[in-house]
Design a protein around this ligand. Structure first.
Ligand SMILES: [Mn+2]
Length: 318
């Protein structure tokens, strides 16, 4: 595997053609914003570039990739994975492509190598931050659409500049995006200041049904599938629900438990600095980051909850 610096990556892209960009499963603002900005930038340079259609793009983010996609790979296309940490993050539909990807551009330091060439910067808060620099290196004059796509990537991967990954450089890139005409207010409103009613009802339910442990330093909530159904919540509404629990004053560790099939429970853990969510999830064979991690417990919801509670209390007291 060959690692490329930014300059080498710019050179790699400038000397080739016919690019197909891949986003990850459950595509977020960063993978789609990065794909959109790179695709537009390459087109500005006279290259042929497309984003491979991803069935899971939500209606909120679909405007980013509008007019840039194509349904399948053609002979002679060069495949680039954008913001995809490991080949198991590829959309199911594109699993057959996993050995054909030419380049990975990514900011996941924990990523697994699966391409012959990669450009990875684990210091970047968002992949879109890397794309912005890469485009400038290639001599692309950013336009409003590119700026908007990069802004969506940078703002979403930093939780609107709240997470610990946010650096001065992240703000610089976001500032540049505003300078080049990104409609920052409109995207912020759409992405961060709009909730479905179902999501707010879910948050209300969670507040009524949570359970504090260890004098309120730990909070747990067990969310049965029947409640999800009753409230009519979708995957988008469940996004970062454990982060919502973590935001309660005094809470150091928050855990949300959900049904994942009859005898399986999905656990999502969030923690503040000084507490390691990943080390809790590793006990159950899961993993993630210090602040955000997940695991599955092969037990029905109630049993898994009792098991996790015992582990959390023991862990907090050790
Ligand atoms: Mn990302």
């Amino acid at each position: 595997m060959k690692e490329l610096t930014r300059t080498e990556c710019a050179e790699w892209l400038l000397t080739r053609n016919n690019y197909v960009l891949l986003s990850h499963r459950k595509p977020d603002g960063d993978t789609l914003g990065s794909c959109a900005a790179l695709c537009r930038g390459l087109r500005k340079l006279g290259k042929t570039a497309h984003i491979l259609e991803n069935d899971e793009v939500t209606h909120l983010l679909s405007p980013l990739v509008e007019g840039l996609t194509k349904p399948q790979v053609e002979e002679g296309d060069l495949l680039i994975a954008v913001d995809i940490a490991a080949d198991n993050m590829l959309p199911k539909k594109y699993e057959h492509l996993k050995n054909c990807i030419d380049l990975r551009i990514d900011h996941h330091g924990s990523g697994r190598e699966y391409t012959p060439t990669e450009h990875v910067d684990s210091q970047a808060a968002a992949c879109a931050e890397m794309i912005w620099e890469l485009l400038l290196d290639m001599g692309v004059e950013p336009d409003e659409k590119i700026a908007e796509a990069v802004y969506v990537g940078v703002s979403t991967d930093t939780g609107r500049f709240l997470y610990a990954n946010t650096t001065a450089h992240t703000f610089d890139v976001a500032g540049d995006c505003a300078h080049y005409g990104a409609d920052v207010f409109e995207w912020n409103r759409k992405i961060f200041d709009t909730n479905s009613l179902a999501k707010l009802k879910l948050q209300a339910w969670v507040v009524e049904h949570l359970q504090f442990l260890c004098q309120g330093r730990i909070v747990m909530c067990v969310l049965p599938a029947s409640v999800e159904e009753e409230l009519g919540v979708g995957e988008d509404d469940l996004n970062n629900l454990s982060g919502f629990l973590r935001s309660i004053e005094g809470v150091c560790v928050a855990a949300l438990l959900r049904n994942a099939g009859e005898d399986n429970t999905k656990v999502s853990v969030r923690s503040i600095p000084g507490y390691n969510a990943a080390s809790i999830c590793e006990i159950f064979g899961g993993g993630g980051h210090a602040g955000a991690a997940g695991c599955s417990i092969r037990m029905p919801l109630a049993e898994a909850s009792a098991e996790l509670e015992a582990v959390l209390v023991k862990w907090e007291n050790s």
